[in-house]
Design a protein around this ligand. Structure first.
Ligand code: GTP
Ligand code: SPV
Ligand code: MN
Length: 596
C-alpha cells in the first residue's frame, strides 16, 4: 500500500494535520495506520490484540474487572532526565537546568532514528485533550505512536477520540507528538521538546512519562512555556479540596517532586476523630495543575488529566484506600508482580500476604523467599479519576477551583521542618525556589541523593529556570489576590532512619494548621525561615506521635540551614544572571537571620 492510501481513512481535511501525518508516515514507514476514535469497542479490540502478543496480560475479571498488566523492558522503567531535551532556538532560552541541542541538528539526528522505525508495525493516531474537551483552557494534541500500551493508557489519562478531533479542527491549534518504540535502545532514547514548534518527539522508550506525551511533555514542559507567554502557570501539583466541620470549603495545590506523596495527599482519608467531627477531603488532581487568574483576581486551578498514573508500591488499604479503590476496575498495572494463584497483582506493602506462587515485574518466578522486590519500586497503576471514591464534583468544572493555599514540599531527612509558612508571595516564591529533595525511583539513576528541585519542576520546566521564577513573581501582580504559600516535609527521620511523622491521613493535622493560618485563626512564631507553629498548635489527639517527637520535627537547626544557604547560593549562581534579584535578597535575609 502506498503512503497516500495509508492515510485514506484519516477522517480530517485539516491541512496541517494531513501534511504532518504524511511526513510521519513517509519517515517511519508503518504497514498500517489506525485512527483512534475513542469508541470502547475499538479500545477493547486493541486490548485483545495486545493480549495476543503478550504486551498486555488480562487479570482476574472478578477481582479486577477490565484490568491488565503490562511489563516494560527492564532497562525502561522510569523517566530519563539525562535524555530529555528542550530544543529552543537558543541554548540560553532552555537555561542551565535543561539539556539542549540546536533544533535543526536534533531533528537531523532524530530523523535517522525514526527512519523505518514502524516498518512491519501499526501506527496509531490519537487525538487527545488536556482539560475538558470544550473548555477554554483545554490544550489539544495528536499523539502518533506504534504502541497499543500507549493508546490504552492515553485513553485513561486524557480525553481522546473524535470529539477532540472536532475541537482541534475548530480551534486549529494542537501539539504534535510522535512516539516510536523503535528497538528500545537506551543509548538512543530521546524525549525531545520543540516548544517554539509546539512539538514533542519521543523514541526508544515504552514507559510512562517518556511516552504518554500528554502528561509531563505537554501538560508541563510545553504548557509551562505557553503559560509564561500567556500569563498562566503549569505546575507539578496535586489539587485537593478540604471542607471543615463548619462547611467551609478550601482548595489547596501542592508541589512535591516525583514519588514524594502527591497522589497520597490528594486522596487523603481524614483520621477517625476528624471524620467524626465532619471533615471532608476530596481530590481534584494528583499530579498536574494549570493555574489561571480568575475574574475575582484569585488563582484558579484545573487538573488537565483524566486519570492517575500512580506509584504502586506502598499503596495499601491502610495508606491510600482511595487510590487502591480506583485500581479495581479498568486499570492498567505496569511492572508490578503477578499472583499466579488467582491472576491478580501484588506489590511491596500492598498487604502482609505476598503471593506464594508468582512472577516478579520482569516475569521471573518469585516467592517471598526470593529476597528481591516483586514489583519494581517505580511500578505504577493507570486508573480513571472518576473511579476514585473521593473525586471532587469540581473535577469536571471547566473553571476549576480557587486556591486558598499553595504548598511546597520534599523529602528531607533533617533540614526542613514539618511545616512553615512564607511571609508573603515573594518569600513564598523563594521558598519554592530553594526546594530540595532526595531523588526517588521515578527517575533513572541514583536514589536518595539530595538535589535542588525548585517547585518540583526541575525536570519539567520547558524554559529557563530564572525566567520561570520571574514568572512566579509576576503572577502576584497579574492576580492581585494570591494564596498563602507553605512548605511541608513529611519525611524527617530519627537516628534509626525511621520516619518520625506518621504521615498519610495524619497530614490533615498539618493542613488544618495551614488553613487556620490562611483564615487568620491562629498565631505563629516568626522564625528565620518563616512563620511556624508551636507544637501544641498541631492537633495530635489520637495520633501515633508524642509531643516531644513533634517538637523534634518542628526544630530548625541553624547548622543545617547554613549548609543549605551555601548550596542555594551555588544553585542560584548556576541559574545565573536570570535569577531574580528579589530571590537573592530573600536569600540574604535568610542568611542574616540564622543564628550562627
Ligand atoms: P509521582 O506520581 O511520581 O509524581 O509521585 P507522587 O508525588 O504522587 O507520590 P506518591 O503519593 O505516589 O507517594 C510516593 C511514595 O511516598 C509512596 O511510597 C508513598 O507510600 C510515600 N508517601 C506518600 N505520602 C507519605 C507520607 O505522608 N509519609 C511517608 N512516610 N511516606 C509517604
Ligand atoms: C513523575 O515521575 O512525576 C510521574 C510519573 O508522575 S511519569 O508519568 O513517568 O512522569
Ligand atoms: Mn508526577
Amino acid at each position: 500500500m502506498n503512503n497516500k492510501d495509508l492515510l485514506n481513512n484519516i477522517p480530517t481535511t485539516n491541512d496541517e494535520i494531513l501534511a504532518w501525518l504524511k511526513q510521519v508516515v513517509e519517515l517511519t514507514n508503518p504497514d498500517e495506520v489506525v485512527w483512534i476514535t475513542g469508541e470502547e469497542q475499538q479500545l477493547e479490540d486493541l486490548r485483545k490484540e495486545a493480549c495476543g502478543t503478550g504486551e498486555l496480560i488480562k487479570l482476574n475479571d472478578e477481582k479486577l474487572e477490565g484490568c491488565y498488566l503490562h511489563r516494560s523492558d527492564k532497562n525502561d522503567v522510569a523517566r530519563v532526565e539525562g535524555r530529555t531535551f528542550i530544543c529552543t532556538e537558543t541554548e540560553e532560552e532552555a537555561g542551565p537546568t535543561n539539556n539542549w541541542m540546536d533544533p535543526a541538528k536534533m531533528r537531523e539526528k532524530l530523523k535517522t532514528l525514526y527512519k523505518d522505525s514502524m516498518k512491519g508495525r501499526t501506527m496509531y493516531v490519537i487525538p487527545f485533550s488536556m482539560g475538558l474537551v470544550d473548555s477554554p483552557s483545554a490544550k489539544y494534541g495528536i499523539e502518533v505512536t506504534d504502541s497499543i500500551y500507549v493508546v490504552v493508557n492515553m485513553a485513561i489519562m486524557t480525553r481522546i477520540g473524535n470529539e477532540v478531533m472536532k475541537a482541534i479542527e475548530e480551534k486549529g491549534e494542537f501539539t504534535k507528538g510522535l512516539h516510536a518504540k523503535a528497538d528500545l535502545n537506551a543509548e538512543e532514547r530521546y524525549i525531545v521538546h520543540f516548544p517554539q514548534d509546539n512539538e514533542i518527539m519521543s523514541i526508544n522508550s515504552g514507559y510512562g512519562g517518556n511516552v504518554l506525551l500528554g502528561k509531563k511533555c505537554l501538560a508541563l514542559r510545553i504548557a509551562s512555556y505557553l503559560g509564561k507567554a500567556q500569563g498562566w502557570m503549569a505546575e507539578h501539583m496535586l489539587i485537593l479540596g478540604v471542607k471543615n466541620p463548619e462547611g467551609r470549603q478550601d482548595y489547596i495545590a501542592a508541589a512535591f517532586p516525583s514519588a514524594c506523596g502527591k497522589t497520597n495527599l490528594a486522596m487523603l482519608i481524614p483520621p477517625e476523630g476528624y471524620k467524626k467531627d465532619g471533615w471532608e477531603v476530596t481530590c481534584i488532581g494528583d499530579d498536574i495543575a494549570w493555574i489561571r487568574v480568575g475574574e475575582d483576581g484569585r488563582l484558579w486551578a484545573i487538573n488537565p488529566e483524566n486519570g492517575f498514573f500512580g506509584v504502586a508500591p506502598g499503596t495499601s488499604e491502610k495508606s491510600n484506600p482511595n487510590a487502591l479503590a480506583s485500581t479495581k476496575k479498568n486499570a492498567i498495572f505496569t511492572n508490578v508482580g503477578l499472583n499466579l494463584d488467582d491472576n491478580t497483582v501484588w506489590w511491596e506493602k500492598l498487604d502482609k500476604n505476598p503471593p506464594k506462587n508468582g512472577l516478579d515485574w520482569m516475569g521471573q518466578p518469585w516467592t517471598p523467599e526470593s529476597g528481591t522486590n516483586m514489583a519494581h519500586p517505580n511500578s505504577r497503576f493507570t486508573a480513571y479519576a472518576k473511579n476514585c471514591p473521593c473525586i471532587s464534583p469540581a473535577f469536571d468544572k471547566p473553571e476549576g477551583v480557587p486556591l486558598s493555599a499553595i504548598v511546597f514540599g520534599g523529602r528531607r531527612a533533617k533540614t526542613a521542618p514539618l511545616v512553615y509558612q512564607s511571609r508573603d508571595w515573594k518569600h513564598g516564591v523563594f521558598v519554592g525556589s530553594i526546594m530540595a529533595s532526595e531523588t526517588t525511583a521515578a527517575i533513572m539513576g541514583q536514589v536518595g541523593v539530595v538535589r535542588r528541585d525548585p517547585m518540583a519542576m526541575l525536570p519539567f520546566c520547558g524554559y529557563h529556570m530564572g525566567d520561570y521564577w520571574q514568572h512566579w513573581l509576576d503572577m502576584e501582580n497579574l492576580a492581585g489576590d494570591v494564596p498563602e504559600i507553605f512548605n511541608v516535609n513529611w519525611f524527617r527521620v530519627d537516628d534509626n532512619g525511621d520516619f518520625i511523622w506518621p504521615g498519610f491521613g495524619d497530614n490533615l493535622r498539618v493542613i488544618e494548621w495551614i488553613l487556620k493560618r490562611v483564615h487568620g485563626e491562629i498565631e505563629a512564631k516568626d522564625t528565620a525561615i518563616g512563620y511556624m507553629p508551636e507544637a501544641q498548635d498541631i492537633n495530635i489527639d489520637d495520633c501515633d506521635i508524642s509531643l516531644e517527637a513533634l517538637e523534634s520535627i518542628l526544630k530548625v537547626e541553624d547548622n543545617y540551614w547554613k549548609e543549605d544557604v551555601a548550596s542555594i547560593k551555588e544553585f542560584y549562581d548556576k541559574i545565573g544572571d536570570r535569577t531574580p534579584k528579589e530571590l537573592r535578597e530573600e536569600l540574604e535575609k535568610l542568611e542574616n537571620s540564622l543564628n550562627l
